[in-house]
Design a protein around this ligand. Sequence first.
Ligand code: PLP
Length: 634
Amino acid sequence: MDVEEFRVRGKEMVDYICTYMTTLRTRRVTPSVEPGYLRAALPAEAPHLPEAWDDVMMDVENKIMPGVTHWQHPRFHAYFPSGNAYPSILGDMLSAGIGCIGFSWAASPACTELEIIMLDWMGKAIGLPPAFLALEEGSNGGGVIEGSASECVLVSMLAARAAGIKRLKHQFPTVDEGLLLSKLIAYCSKEAHSCVEKAAMICFVKMRILQPDEHGSLRGETLKEAMEEDEEAGLVPFFVATTLGTTSCCSFDNLPEIGPIVRKFPSVWLHVDAAYAGSAFLCPEHKYHLAGIEYADSFNTNPNKLMLTSFDCSLLWVTNRYLLTSALVVDPLYLQHCYDHTAIDYRHWGVPLSRRFRSLKLWFMLRSYGISGLQKYIRRHCELAKYFEKLVKKDERFEVCNQVKLGLVCFRLVGGLDETPEQIDELNKKLLTNINASGKIHMVPASVRDHFVIRFCVVHQQATREDIEIAWDIISDFATELLEGPDKERDLNEERARRNRAALAHKRSFFVRMVSDPKIYNPAINKTPPPVPTTPGSPPPAAAPATPDTPSDAGSVQLVPSTPKQSSWISWPLAFFFQSVDHDANDLPLSMLSRFRHLDTMVRLKSPGAGALPRRGSSPGASPARRAPSPATQ
Ligand code: PLP
């Protein structure tokens, strides 16, 4: 393709996108295809000769679009919003067109400098303290755009881990770093996003998962007790991850309580994950959620969720950029430049070396909408959630299960007086399955106070009250059909018998899978310390807790009380891995199958089988009894 053809095709592509957006309502919100559908439709190998552009675009419409879940569809109410406002799409287009790789200031000065300025603009607009801003007089802080909130949490934990090991090494200079690492322990709430546990796995540190209060909020006293208990057992608390706006139910950890507790433990890093909620703090009325932020060492939010900006755009701020970069710095000669002592080099702020010019889309968004335009969008988003909450509350067959503070409402059918909690869960699973199978609207479930609930998120950029009413009518009609239709005489015993078979397939189903499924922290796995590495004939593990100054028992790391409080779980790095017999999903115990869904996915993708072609009127995950793999997690 030469530049003249690009000029033409580029305009056609914009037209295609505009038509897609304006006709989205006519499509099913979720596709009706089975895993492997595309493999049956595409050749097994790449073409040897170039193909005509028109043929490629025809395949986009005929082969790709039937397998797309339309996240911008007005009936999409799953997960959180995925921004894609036009100025942002254009910013990404320009970034791709410029095609620079801004790993250092010298590699593309504008790329680095615009990012620094955008992070300061955003930090000020959200209400972060000056210590987080790079260009503030006397500040050691600053912000960076990472590829995801998961990366923001990971690099914060890496920085905290490096600082923790450094401090311990100073205290115990003769003790091996490996042993020091085994003493570190991180903390988060059961409501924290699973990326926090993943970060702990990557960092190879223990993580204690704590029980939040009845509103899903982690409280200071719970954290304090856990940290004190662990310190007594010879462990070294080094990282606390809190969440403002949790994935399951948009709850808020109690930062004003947690902050002062963390301060009492010198050198413990306090991270605040506000992936979804952070953009709401652009509005003065939501800023109160940030109370206690002055205690934090790092904070992240995703404008690609609630700020209309296209993925990927995850912002991370730290108050001490030197702690972050010293954990990640490598400095080969070919990347050095003559300004590297006076300029920020973002290659030291994250995992990848190469980075796109992502700040362009943020700049376009902030200038096109202005803070006031973004506030208007966020306010409407929250008002519509309140409107949906009102509709649910008006119908006595339902209850609202979370405190609706932003755009997420968790609700469920309450069931009859004589129904057990399990039966009510089943009822709600069935309701959600039926709704999703219809392709009329799309929602996902969550677990709130150990109940199966349905999450309804206001997502569409131009959503109106009418959209909310349409969604509610669909939900309400399905509930009526379930409660009063041919299913009225539902046999709950049969339901219970079916439940065991269904639960497994249900969990695997992408469209009815829990967001942040707390059962992933399987107590059977996590309450058990990892196997002590012993060699044949070696003595049993030492009974007494080890401490950094008793390195001789390095092989028997029995450090944590063997019966941690019932309300918390210890996630041992890779403990689940050591417990598996081998990598065959068929050999895994039931309790571990949710963790090893991906193995099954690989097996099934190899044999697309009879279901390879799209089926009318069905949707992946439509029936809990189907075995559908989970292609992705939120
Ligand atoms: N943290 C929270 C609170 C989230 O809600 C999510 C995703 O929804 C994440 C982290 C993970 O975000 P990402 O996909 O950007 O890694």
